[in-house]
Write a protein that binds this ligand. Sequence first.
Ligand code: ATP
Ligand code: MG
Length: 652
Amino acid sequence: MAESEAKLSALATETRAFPPPEEFAAQANAKADLYEHADADREAFWAEQADRLSWSKKWDKVLEWETPFAKWFVGGQLNVAYNCVDRHVEEGNGDRVALYWEGEPGDSREITYADLKREVSKAANALTELGIGKGDRVAIQMPMIPETAISMLACARIGAMHSVVFGGFSPGALKARIEDAECKLLITTDGQYRRGKPAPMKENTDEAVVGTTIEHVLVVKRTDTDVPWTDGRDLWWHDTVGKASEEHTPEAFDSEHPLFILYTSGTTGKPKGILHTSGGYLTQTAYTHNVVFDHKPGESVYWCTADVGWVTGHSYIVYGPMANGATSVMYEGTPNTPHEGRHWEIVQKYGVTIYYTAPTLIRTFMKWGEQIPAEYDLSSLKVLGTVGEPINPEAWMWFREKIGAERCPIVDTWWQTETGAMMIAPLPGVTETKPGSAMAALPGIAASVVDEQGNGVGNGEGGYLVLDKPWPSMLRGIWGDNERYKDTYWSKFAEQGYYFAGDGAKYDDDGAIWLLGRVDDVMNVSGHRISTTEVESALVSHPTVAEAAVVGASDETTGQGIVAFVILRGSAAKDGGDDAIKALRDHVAKEIGPIAKPRQILVVEELPKTRSGKIMRRLLRDVAENRDVGDVSTLADSSVMDLISSGMKEGK
Ligand code: ATP
Ligand code: MG
């Protein structure tokens, strides 16, 4: 492939920019000199960050790097749960609320760090009693309740690894993950609340454990529904953990001791079991949670809306915030139960200062209308964050204006299950942000955009996003499959030793980084490589469009043709006629250029999304190219694909 062809066309330009308010900048945890400070001596910088934690034994060496295998804080020892819980109690903050938990049906609980220490200790004793020890794997499939975090911390405390599986996954998906990691114990609940009603959980998990290595199933009572029971195997949490001792002495483990396995979202294919370890992971999650959210222990009220089943829930509901002694909100349910203002009601109730969510949810809020958040007092908010997908500039602007009252810095954070923690993001008191850009690698992190040959591209150019130096919270492998680990992430730029993230990106004229979606999703139209993200953002910037997904379908004349699937909003939704479609095609041509004009635009009611809310473009590509639709096991609602396929065949 010619070099010019390998480069992504960096088409759209964004001129809006927002510096941090002076008052915010003056009080921010991270100042501009942090970049220089980190660059001066990266290892010394990370050693300073590791000093945020309490180590039982100090490390001998900061980093040992034999591409692609890293060891961080070599020889150091710590207990992750002690760092997230006991330490805060010992420092006199036992009365501080760790979790404001809000149940979907309206029940709520307040859990202090002292409570958490008792609960985690009891659970650790109970797990030990069940024969779980260092290095054993524990599967967790639970809704968003405090016991989920307690279970994770209990595993960490005794050196067992958890494998959390999203509560909405099928028995088959859970079984595959249990088998892959050979888990000995499953922790689950009797049922879970979903859209205001109790739904079964244990029936499903029972189906999943048959014929696996699972010895015991520990069941938290949540919905109080009748459940099937296998004597000898099944145990109630309230009996087992309830009766265990509150005294537990945490053992120190090696810095590289495995902490958990987590399977990726499956947006691009079969999920991968990503392995994370202790010292480096906790260092980078704590550091980023502090500097990117400007977290102030004892003052901030922090809410990350992710599910614990995703990496965001691991790193930014449990480990990062708790290592920092944060007071967090945890919400069990869906954003429109019982009404579409539920999130804003919670922000108002607890005086949330930091709100971290996903672009897909922001677009949903936009669709529901700005009059909904306007009914609530959101003046406590200080910092807004997003993660999961590129955020369209119009969604960013809406977030800034309607939620952040043009006052709150927005941090768009790029990272992956594999990276463990944030990698590319603004510093809220330092960076002049641009709507839709994650801006720059964080202090201590190295990222760059390169061409097919691995050479850095210049400003105004696009290419492949790579991470060119090891980082503390990096994955240590794919569980049980070192070959797949090397192949997936390290083979494309093996010569340079770069980690290839799978995402496309570009630098704008000022050198800010813009994420352009997966490279698999990049389209090639008459020799121009065009990013799906840019075309989607152009569509979403039209007032009639709520959401858009764009794919490239093979085309006899142009190589690939652009096919767009759009959800219209409000009154436009009723009238998706030819005129409306033509207006959208012209709008894209005006925003980006005639080359980006979609060949075909289909109006749909829903888009296929993973359970973590990401659009699955590979399925839409199957539809656009009239193929049978591929693996849908991580799709949130599989009936969506039938609707879209039939719409396509009818030529709608
Ligand atoms: P799989 O690897 O199984 O296909 P996945 O990549 O969706 O699934 P995750 O690790 O949950 O699994 O998601 C990481 C990906 O999400 C990134 O590679 C990127 O494509 C996207 N992403 C996350 N945050 C951002 C962001 N702020 N801007 C743009 N893209 C983002
Ligand atoms: Mg991925």
